[in-house]
Design a protein around this ligand. Structure first.
Ligand SMILES: *Cc1c(COP(=O)(O)O)cnc(C)c1O
Length: 425
């Protein structure tokens, strides 16, 4: 039996790197190399690898039990998680639905919104509005609302139709370019839409695109004014990435449904949450069984994951995590300012702990660029993955400003030393 790797064309893939141990911001490979985890192991790890408090909480819970039925049972780690969330979320969000990952957190939100409208006299509202360049996961519902492209092309027949909305590209573009198409779509489809789904502040997989806060606020307020539910997919932006615990804190608008995963357990164990307003919950609250939410996963409410999430939220409460975020934010800005002159940079930007550079690449340079930059950066001790011609650094929060400067120095040197397009290989 061999491993079938995710997002990997095994026919021409580079050999897999074997991790022996991970500590703080570094991965120790079995061959003795030590590399800087520049993408927090795909946006998961928040405080760092091997956070003692989270490990301890998981170990303690594992001595009691790991998993039980969650439909007619409950347990302390789940209840404690709800109390911890209550401390950090707006009072309007009152119910927490448990699942296993980011895609399921989104899938649940979509099913909830759709069924909510059917059960509350808004049966005409059958459509979801989602944005260009969005990424919401790999299950069928999540793919349907994600940007259609290479990731979804092979499955197009399995996906449902949505209302797709264009938005700006650069934070420097005028506000109108971010909201004009939304307003247009609202004119045409406003009465038929049950929910709007958005990655607030920072669109991740679509190219690390930073939204103007005013645009997200406007979209959120306008949707609510029209009786449309607002879903914030904070699977990536949640738990500090954008500089605050949640991105919506900076926007000044509370969603009706909030999707959380990735950093929820500090990136240690799989867990997804869909946290909703009382209004949404009340749409399902009845005596008729057919009005319940028909959804659930075997690992719903896993007690080890709950314990990890509780320990994570306690760290946010007890430690100076926000101070560390500020330091990383400043280190990113400084490092980007110091990019060598002469690189073909189209735009550099940062959003909280994430530093981002778009490069101008000629023609079909894209795939080759990604592969080459990945390989050369690894040789320089830095693990990153590019998004086309966009390079970003999203380190765990234990990374020091010095490590961030160094990582960017490696990246810039790699790009400066790329062979010209004629001699690529
Ligand atoms: C990663 C991601 C998802 C999917 O999460 P998985 O746990 O990989 O299924 C959904 N939405 C956003 C914004 C993400 O970044």
């Amino acid at each position: 039996m061999k491993i079938w790797r995710p997002y990997t064309q095994e026919g021409n893939a580079m050999p897999a790197l074997e991790v022996a141990q991970a500590r703080g911001a570094h991965l120790d490979l079995a061959d003795g190399r030590r590399i800087f985890d520049g993408i927090s192991s795909w946006w998961l790890v928040t405080h760092g690898h091997g956070t003692a408090e989270i490990q301890q909480a998981v170990a303690t819970q594992s001595r009691k039990f790991a998993q039980t039925v969650f439909a007619n049972f409950t347990h302390e780690p789940a209840r404690e998680l709800c109390s911890e969330l209550e401390r950090v979320l707006p009072v309007s969000l009152t119910r927490c639905y448990f699942s296993d990952n980011g895609s399921t957190a989104v899938e649940v939100a979509l099913k909830m919104a759709y069924q909510f409208c059917a059960q509350t006299g808004k049966g005409r509202r059958r459509k979801i509005l989602a944005f260009e360049r969005s990424y919401h996961g790999d299950t069928c519902g999540a793919m349907s609302v994600s940007q259609r492209g290479a990731f979804t092309e092979n499955y197009s027949g399995m996906l449902f139709e949505i209302v797709r909305c264009k938005q700006g590209l650069s934070i420097n573009d005028p506000l109108a370019s971010w909201v004009d198409d939304f307003d247009r779509q609202m004119q045409v489809h406003g009465e038929d839409i049950c929910a709007v789904i958005v990655e607030p502040l920072l669109q991740g997989a679509g190219g690390m695109i930073v939204w103007p806060k005013a645009a997200v606020r406007r979209i959120c307020e306008e949707a609510k004014r029209r009786g449309i539910l607002v879903i914030f997919d904070e699977v990536m932006t949640g738990f500090g990435r954008t500089g605050s615990l949640f991105a919506f804190e900076q926007i000044g608008c509370t969603p009706d449904l909030l999707c959380l995963s990735k950093g929820l357990t500090g990136g240690v164990l799989p867990m997804g949450l869909t946290v909703v307003s009382d209004q949404v919950f009340q749409g399902f609250y009845a005596e008729e069984p057919d009005k319940m939410l028909f959804h659930g996963h075997s690992f719903t409410g896993n007690a080890l994951s709950c314990a990890a999430a509780v320990a994570n939220l306690k760290l946010w409460r007890q430690n100076d995590v926000r101070v560390r975020l500020g330091e990383i934010e400043r280190a990113q800005v400084t490092a980007l300012e110091r990019a060598p002159a002469g690189l073909a940079i189209r735009e550099r930007r940062s959003c909280g702990t994430v530093g981002i550079v778009d490069f101008d690449l000629p023609g079909d340079y894209g795939g080759w660029f990604s592969r080459r930059v990945y390989k050369d950066c690894l040789n320089g001790g830095v693990f990153i993955r590019t998004l086309g011609s966009t390079v970003y650094l999203m380190p765990p929060y234990c990374a020091t400003p010095g490590e961030i400067q160094e990582a960017w120095a490696v990246i810039f040197a790699v790009i400066e030393n790329l062979p010209s397009q004629h001699s690529r290989g």
